[in-house]
Design a binder for this molecule. Structure first.
Ligand SMILES: Cc1cc2nc3c(=O)[nH]c(=O)nc-3n(C[C@H](O)[C@H](O)[C@H](O)COP(=O)(O)O)c2cc1C
Length: 147
């Protein structure tokens, strides 16, 4: 579990007699999330380098109160996601999920929106991936737009 955690710093600030206001700002939530994300990604790379497979599990936020209870999290913390680390089942190959091509996600100096061809290329590849995984293949309709 990867937990955004302002509780320690807030406790120290209070010990020094400060009232705490800054941590209620969205930017503070963002920096807590960025901190755990950097460390979780490093853990993912380390695990994969040892031959393990990983899956981030954002779905735990579907029932976040139960997770908070289970982990006995203090105030000023929240679970950002889980990271399942295990040995991939060779009988159930997951493959690597396609990404947008590099010319879509790398912008030189200013933002360049994807062309229709870029989008079509991605839709072709992602739909093939879902079909191979025996999931509903229309990614845009069933996953992106629906959600
Ligand atoms: C923040 C985050 C949360 C995710 N949550 C879930 C999840 O709850 N359940 C799930 O099956 N995959 C989830 N995923 C997707 C997988 O962890 C994984 O990133 C995706 O299947 C692509 O894997 P690949 O890079 O090995 O192809 C999440 C990914 C991210 C980045």
């Amino acid at each position: 579990m990867w937990i955004a955690d302002w509780s320690r710093n807030i406790a120290i600030a209070r010990q020094h007699g400060h009232t705490v206001e800054a941590t209620s700002y969205l930017d503070s939530a963002l920096s807590g999330i960025i901190d755990v994300t950097l460390s979780a990604q490093n853990a993912a790379v380390a695990a994969e380098s040892l031959g393990y497979g990983i899956t981030f599990v954002g779905a735990l936020r579907n029932n976040i109160d139960a997770v908070i209870d289970l982990l006995r999290l203090p105030e000023w913390t929240f679970p950002v996601y889980g990271l399942a680390i295990g040995v991939p089942d060779p009988a159930d190959p997951a493959d690597i999920k396609p990404r947008y091509s590099q010319n879509v996600v790398v912008h030189r100096n200013t933002y360049t929106p994807p062309t229709d061809d870029d989008t079509r290329d991605y839709l072709d590849r992602i739909n093939t991936y879902y079909r191979d995984q025996e999931l509903p293949a229309d990614w845009a309709k069933n996953r992106l737009a629906g959600r």
